[in-house]
Design a protein around this ligand. Structure first.
Ligand code: FAD
Ligand code: FES
Length: 405
């Protein structure tokens, strides 16, 4: 082989490599490719989904409040492929490998996304759940504690695709009123940012209640949003101002968000309410809004579910003979006598493997095919149940059942 031939071979090899590199780049950037990988758009939740769990790496951690009880985690997909968009307000379901003497090996928990969609990363913000006051023997929150203490930059977590019905529809013309209590700010912030990005001059109100400046999260972000959007009115309430907190500088009002405040502040006319906060806030505000004449359809709400580790009261004992509950795949039939709060607790107590996430009827993780029989729900679940299925975490049986579990 002469020198000229050798040069030709080298040039051809280099050319081939360049072609290959360009082809790989185009393949990775092709949105259709990621759509294939990310599988289908769920017609029920509207979320673009991947099947099962997907690996994410913690790319960034940021505390959002001075007390450092609320930490944001920015998560990048390990496969590096573009992420599907989510609807502002939706959440991710995590399966965390939490090892410890008192903890099960895996815990499943939901966390709302606290930012607007980005094809490269998602962001969640997690509040550390402490043991209830005066109960030092009770363990602190398992998943939130693990995320705060163990999830460093580079830590891997397994995540299900975005889901949830508590979303901001940009096509609703009614001025939005966002109401957040404590960590309930996470989906609300995502919605608020989306609402203002969609219509920068939009009239909107945010009522945000926290204890005081120490757990006042996203302070700078919210002030910047208000400065950049004259239509946005912020109402910051401190329930228990700290000695260093100044009314008018740090917060607008002392106390809790209540109907009188909304009546005094909001202009006349229809509004769409988006509410997320602790149970007492939701229990007080929602009936008050309905009583004020707000249509149920204009009150969009999410609660962060029952405290997952807390034992729940049993359902009503069954009058008469116990109901036979068949778990077809496990090959077992068990008697339901009303000892458990729901079918999920019942199945778990009998060591029947069923997947669960929110345990409050929001995420759909526990959805199970109902082969025969009837179930009931104390309140309509937030998750839109597939016909012929039931949500074990919020269902109790009305008749004997045959479940595909
Ligand atoms: C749709 C959805 C979205 C959510 N979004 C967010 C979010 O954006 N940010 C966020 O921080 N959270 C969010 N949550 C809540 C989150 O999923 C977890 O429930 C929360 O982090 C607590 O989980 P944990 O494992 O840390 O606590 P757990 O271990 O489940 O404990 C919860 C609480 O119970 C206490 N406890 C434990 N055992 C007992 C006992 N025997 N008796 C009495 N008390 C007990 C613990 O001390 C703790 O305070 C969301 C929930 C849902 C359903
Ligand atoms: S576990 Fe989320 S709906 Fe049942």
């Amino acid at each position: 082989m002469n020198a000229l031939q050798l040069l030709g071979y080298i040039a051809a090899a280099v050319g081939l490599q360049i072609l290959l590199a360009v082809a790989i780049l185009i393949w990775r950037r092709d949105p259709n490719q990621s759509a294939r990988l990310d599988t289908a758009v769920s017609p029920r939740s509207g979320a673009v989904a991947w099947e099962g769990l997907r690996g994410f790496r913690v790319a960034l951690r940021t505390y959002e409040d001075p007390a450092q009880t609320q930490c944001s985690f920015t998560l990048a997909p390990v496969d590096g492929v573009r992420l599907p968009p989510f609807k502002p307000g939706q959440f991710l379901t995590f399966s965390l490998a939490v090892d410890g003497p008192d903890a099960p090996a895996r815990v499943v928990r939901c966390y709302s996304m606290s930012d607007t969609p980005d094809p490269a990363q998602y962001r969640i913000t997690v509040k550390r759940a402490l043991a209830p006051p005066g109960k030092p023997d009770v363990p602190a929150g398992i998943a939130s504690g693990w995320l705060h203490d163990q999830a460093k930059i580079g830590t891997l977590v397994d995540v299900r695709a975005p889901s949830g019905q508590f979303v901001f529809p940009t096509d609703d013309s009614a001025p939005p009123v966002f109401i957040a209590g404590g960590i309930g700010i996470t989906p609300i912030l995502s919605m608020l940012k989306a609402a203002l990005a969609d219509q920068p001059d939009r009239a909107a109100h945010l009522f945000y209640g926290v204890r005081n400046s120490r757990d006042h999260a996203f302070n700078a972000t919210l002030s910047q949003l208000a400065e950049g959007h004259p239509g946005l009115v912020l109402h910051i309430l401190y329930a228990d101002p700290a000695p260093e907190d100044a009314l008018g500088r740090d917060y607008d009002l002392p106390g809790f968000i209540n109907l009188d405040l909304l009546k005094q502040t909001l202009p006349h006319g229809r509004h769409a309410f988006y509410i997320c906060g602790p149970d007492p806030m939701m229990k007080a505000l929602i009936p008050a809004l309905l009583g004020w004449g707000v249509a149920d359809a204009d009150i969009h709400r999410e609660s962060f579910g029952p405290q997952t580790a807390v034992p729940r009261p049993a359902a009503s004992p069954v009058a008469g003979p116990a109901l036979a509950i068949g778990f077809r795949r496990s090959g077992r039939t068990l008697d339901w006598a009303g000892r458990d709060a729901n079918l999920l607790d019942f199945a778990e107590r009998h060591s029947i493997a069923v997947e669960a996430g929110c345990r409050g009827g929001s995420c759909g993780t526990c959805e199970t095919r109902l082969i025969s029989g009837r179930v009931q729900y104390a309140a309509k679940p937030e998750f839109d149940i597939t016909p012929g299925h039931c949500l074990l975490c919020v269902a109790t049986p009305v008749t004997a059942l045959e479940l595909d579990a």
